[in-house]
Design a protein around this ligand. Structure first.
Ligand SMILES: NC(=O)c1ccc[n+]([C@@H]2O[C@H](COP(=O)([O-])OP(=O)(O)OC[C@H]3O[C@@H](n4cnc5c(N)ncnc54)[C@H](OP(=O)(O)O)[C@@H]3O)[C@@H](O)[C@H]2O)c1
Length: 271
């Protein structure tokens, strides 16, 4: 299959691209930098609809995995909303199957565990942008929306762990939220699930997250220990701000029934 991956330079992309290249003819995009540095990498600003359209028509992909646009992207709303609109238009123009990455934090956290039919109830800007993007994707027939959770691996340090490690090294150990519940997912498992979803007969929303629910505090302790970061001074406390969804556990029963890929829990991977 000829496969286009947007945001291949990002955290998930760095895990997905090498695996995708074992199975498909892959072209992937970067925006500010490309840590992978393969020569099948192209630059696209997905906010620019005309350029995106020209580039995707030139590639004529059979499948698109749309990773670009996270809560770390500068000009986040536009990258997520306009970028997704432009990718959906390009998928329509080329007839490509579209696998779109979404998030658990488009739920408000008051009714977990969430199933695929639950309506998004976003409470912050990132969740709202991702909820709008999902609606746009749903306007195109041949799509899968993959809602996922915190992404990590034991090979490449994730951004959250990097941030905590830097704070500890500065002598400012963080207080970790022990009332935020998530299903952290191993990046390879998520990558394999996305690749599998390109080729199976399924349309709609699928919750693809890790098999173990943990508080952000417990999860962070496990990843910090894995990376041998000293935990001196690190504390845990509930987040009472109301600015973030607290419990957004995802029910992954449907994904586990549908996919060959096993969605491992953090303890299974990191011990
Ligand atoms: N990481 C998580 O824990 C997590 C949790 C739930 C859902 N997700 C979702 O999973 C997907 C992948 O996440 P990630 O952690 O891999 O994200 P990431 O590391 O922040 O990567 C974002 C990607 O978007 C690209 N990008 C930014 N602005 C762009 C623009 N204007 N045009 C084109 N590309 C642009 C970036 O390119 P450059 O790096 O080259 O600038 C990068 O490749 C995202 O859709 C995210 O919302 C992630």
């Amino acid at each position: 299959m000829k496969l286009l991956v947007t945001g291949g330079s990002g955290y998930l992309g760095q895990h997905l691209i090498p695996r995708a290249m074992e199975r498909h003819e892959v072209i992937y995009s970067h925006f500010t930098s490309d840590p992978l540095g393969f020569d099948n990498s192209i630059w696209i600003d997905l906010r620019d609809g005309i350029t995106t359209d020209v580039i995707v028509r030139e590639i004529m992909p059979d499948g698109i995995i749309h990773l670009a646009g996270s809560n770390r992207s500068p000009d986040m709303h536009s990258v997520i909303v306009d970028g997704t609109r432009n990718i959906v238009a390009a998928a329509e123009a080329t007839g490509a199957r579209l696998v779109h990455l979404s998030t658990d934090v488009l739920f408000d956290g008051t009714a977990a565990p969430y199933v695929e039919n639950d309506e998004p109830t976003p409470i912050h800007a990132y969740g709202r942008a991702k909820a709008i993007a999902e609606k746009i994707v749903q306007g195109y027939a041949d799509h899968v929306i993959v809602r996922t959770s915190l992404i990590y691996s034991e090979r490449i340090m994730d951004m959250g762990t990097r941030w905590m490690k830097a704070a500890i090294e500065r002598g400012e150990p963080p207080s970790l939220f022990n009332n935020h519940l998530r299903n952290p997912v191993h990046a390879d498992d998520l990558a394999d699930a996305c690749l599998e979803l390109l080729e199976i007969d399924f349309t709609g929303v699928l919750h693809v997250a890790g098999g173990e629910a943990l508080s952000r505090a417990d999860y962070a302790m496990k990843t910090l220990r894995h990376w041998n970061v000293p935990l001196d001074g690190v504390t845990a406390a509930p987040d009472e701000s109301g600015s973030f969804p607290q419990d957004v556990r995802l029910d992954i029963g449907k994904a586990q029934a549908l996919l060959r890929t096993k969605l491992r829990g953090v303890s299974e991977v990191l011990g």
